[in-house]
Ligand binder design. Structure first.
Ligand code: FAD
Length: 690
């Protein structure tokens, strides 16, 4: 008998289905794996994914989307926590979304029975985070281009807002404030207050926790929700891959994406795709034995990475082995550390934050921020998995009582493993689902450094100047140490063949996954900044850079010295630098002298040594002593730059400058403040502070 058309269609469908089944994990895996193609990732244009949020929510049956604008991972982490809590406590169908991955012109078609949450960090001088730039420009535009554009345009939109900011910066939490204002203007309805977390006061986590409870209460009323007993539901499935070992070529051992795994890494190099750069030189800048500051030259000539004087370089650290061991030990995974697993999202909108199949060791070493301070909310979550009832009671108390938590944890600088070990008193925490750590810990973040070289002088060699984070804390018999700076220090020690590398530093896996970083390499990318020299080199500049704050000014002065040598007319170049003692931590002393030879009287370095005389002298005092000249230079449109400590120095310099202007021009201090504000908005006053 002949096959008729219907039979053919059915047969073809069966064949295709079979083929698809057998090729699953090879062809499909490639298409679906977000780490497969760093180009797509880099551009936020993930293959086959919709940018239509209304459609996305419909097809995945969601009624609550939590958008985040995040630079260092905290806002993203808070967004995940809200999603988890909304689902666990109130049965909301939540999803988390990166602002960069959606369009917003159809927000007005989102039905009123859905809710949109915004968790928005403010970056630098009141700027949106990189992933929120487009959204911010869209929503704050004078003429917001919505698809249907009824009146009020967003009358159907119910939203919730929380901002992450730092009160030591001029434009405190301006992202959430401006977005909130813009949404209100468009007729959207806010549920609860717009929350504001303050990193400057060190209260971010507590501000978030204090904000969210009344917000949930308001949301419950508004949307008619019912609270239920929250039970933990994992977001990720951890699947054993018994057929694979850590030596199988498809297993990720810390490689950030598929190209790195295959050894075909190529640009563009960016926040999703680092360049494994050779370190050509590294050395110590301080003479003092108890403090370290590292100068490093990183060669980017093998890549298409480019930078401009004043930009930032991001260093992708790995966690120290000592802390990786501690972490795996306390949760009872030491014996299984090299077991191969795949991590699968249990619901379609969740994203696995690293590529798999991989090992527990690689996840903990390369992808999770295991050394960071512990979140009180996470302690609450983990209480359910305590090894004994006593330990559970203590964990719950820590999780629920803000003051008790503060008193018990902050003197110790606990990270999660140290806290679990201390509370567990020797018991292992073997009941915690590994998914909880992937959900509850931030993704390991690159650290930024102000590039301390000039792109005119060394376009393919990026310098950094980093002070090593190490502080003795009374509650502990060893110092607290920062992740990235001790990683850099370990690299420096290795490069210089240090016969007795510091044991902690020695525990870093410096050769990287599969020895791919061998021969002293470090993963990096470049982030462009607005901290820039005037385009006209004849303009005078005033720079304030105590300590490592001098980093970008090494680049600025290098650049001007080269211009002077090349016969360019260079303006007055005045640098205020401060440190403890000339003989101890005065960085780059001989280099400044070389620049002086090139620049002559154009260049002057004013120094403040805080521990040399009886009275402590800081850069702001020296600035005041030079009031007359500073005011004169400003009237000649000098650019004014501040770099370094955001908490105190930058603020005091601002105040002193306002006084200088007030006195010099015979106006009130208030007027002086206004002049400085005006300079800021005209980019005549620029800050690079952290
Ligand atoms: P981390 O491990 O990140 O720790 C940093 C701090 O967090 C610690 O000092 C501590 O206060 C706190 N902390 C961490 N873990 C815990 C815990 N478990 N308990 C309690 N507290 C904890 N730095 C430079 O030296 N030079 C530069 O030129 C420079 N430029 C920068 C430019 C920009 C734009 C930015 C944003 C930052 C810059 N920094 C610079 C700072 C740098 O990015 C890093 O923050 C710094 O080097 C510390 O990194 P780390 O990984 O060693 O420390």
């Amino acid at each position: 008998a002949e096959l008729d058309t219907l039979d053919l269609v059915v047969l073809a469908a069966i064949l295709l289905g079979t083929l698809a089944y057998f090729t699953k994990g090879t062809y499909w895996g490639v298409v679906k794996d977000p780490y497969a193609n760093a180009f797509a990732n880099a551009n936020g244009a993930k293959a086959g994914r919709t940018r239509n949020i209304v459609e996305k929510m419909d097809e995945s049956s969601k009624n609550c989307v939590i958008f985040y604008g995040s630079q260092t991972g905290t806002a993203e982490d808070y967004a995940s926590r809200l999603a988890k809590e909304g689902k666990g406590r109130f049965g909301l169908e939540t999803m988390v979304a990166d602002l960069e991955e959606y369009d917003f012109d159809n927000l007005d078609t989102l039905p009123a029975d859905k809710v949109v949450m915004f968790v928005l960090a403010t970056y630098g001088e009141g700027e949106p985070t990189d992933n929120a730039v487009e959204f911010y420009e869209f929503i704050t535009a004078d003429d917001v281009a919505l698809s249907e554009g009824g009146d009020p345009a967003l009358g159907n939109l119910n939203y919730v807002a929380f901002g992450l900011g730092n009160n030591t910066y001029e434009h405190y939490n301006s992202m959430v404030r401006n977005v909130d204002k813009a949404l209100q203007k468009l007729g959207a309805h806010r549920i609860g207050d717009a929350g504001e977390g303050d990193d400057g006061a060190g209260t971010m986590e507590e501000d978030f926790l204090a904000w969210k409870d009344p917000m949930w209460a308001a949301l419950v009323t508004k949307m008619g929700l019912e609270e239920r007993e929250a039970v933990y539901e994992p977001t990720f499935d951890i699947v054993d891959r018994d057929n694979l070992t850590r030596d199988s070529p498809e297993v990720y051992l810390g490689e950030p994406n598929k190209m790195h795994l295959d050894g075909t890494a190529k640009g563009p190099f960016n926040a999703h795709n680092p360049y494994i750069a050779p370190i050509v030189d590294s050395r110590e800048l301080f003479a003092a034995k108890d403090r370290n500051c590292i100068h490093m030259d990183i060669d980017v000539s093998g890549s298409n990475l480019a930078y401009q004087t004043g930009d930032h370089i991001a260093i992708w650290p790995t966690n120290p082995g000592e802390e990786v061991d501690r972490f795996l030990d306390v949760i009872g995974l030491t014996a299984k550390r090299d077991n191969v697993i795949s991590v699968k999202a249990l619901e379609p909108t969740a994203k696995v934050p690293f590529p798999t199949p991989t090992t527990f060791d690689a996840i903990v070493r390369y992808h999770l921020e295991i050394c960071a301070p512990v979140s009180r909310q996470f302690v609450s979550t983990l209480a359910a998995f305590a090894p004994t009832d006593d330990i559970k009671a203590e964990m719950s108390r820590l999780g629920n009582d803000k003051d008790y938590f503060q008193q018990k944890t902050s003197p110790h600088f606990y990270n999660i493993a140290r806290l679990l070990a201390a509370v567990g008193k020797g018991e292992k925490w073997t009941n915690i689902p590994f998914s909880a750590f992937i959900e509850g810990l931030t993704k390991l973040q690159p650290r930024y450094y102000s590039i301390s070289s000039s792109s005119l002088v060394q376009p393919k060699k990026i310098s950094i100047t980093a002070v090593v984070e190490s502080q003795m804390i009374p509650a502990r018999d060893e110092p607290f140490r920062g992740v990235a700076t001790n990683y850099l220090m370990a690299l420096k020690q290795k490069q210089n063949g240090d016969p007795n590398p510091e044991p902690f530093g020695g525990s870093y896996e410096l050769d990287g996954p599969r020895n791919k970083y061998d021969g002293i390499h470090v993963p990096v990318h470049v982030r462009h900044s607005n901290f820039k020299l005037p385009s006209d080199p004849a303009k005078p500049i005033i720079m304030i850079g105590p300590g490592t704050g001098v980093a970008p000014f090494r680049g600025f002065v290098q650049e001007r010295a080269k211009q002077a040598r090349d016969g360019v007319d260079v303006g007055r170049t005045l640098l205020f630098f401060g440190c403890r003692k000339r003989a101890e931590d005065f960085m780059y002393e001989s280099e400044w002298e070389d620049c002086k030879k090139a620049l002559g009287d154009k260049f002057e370095m004013v120094t403040a040594f805080s521990r040399e005389g009886g009275k402590k002298v800081y850069v702001q005092h020296r600035l005041k002593e030079r009031a007359k000249e500073v005011n004169e230079l400003l009237t000649q449109k000098a650019f004014f730059y501040v770099c370094g400590d955001a908490a105190n120095m930058a603020r005091e310099v601002n105040t002193v400058l306002a006084q200088i202007i007030a006195e010099g021009r015979g106006v009130s201090e208030q007027k002086g403040e206004e002049v400085v504000k005006h300079m800021r908005s005209a980019n005549q006053y620029q800050e690079d502070v952290w």
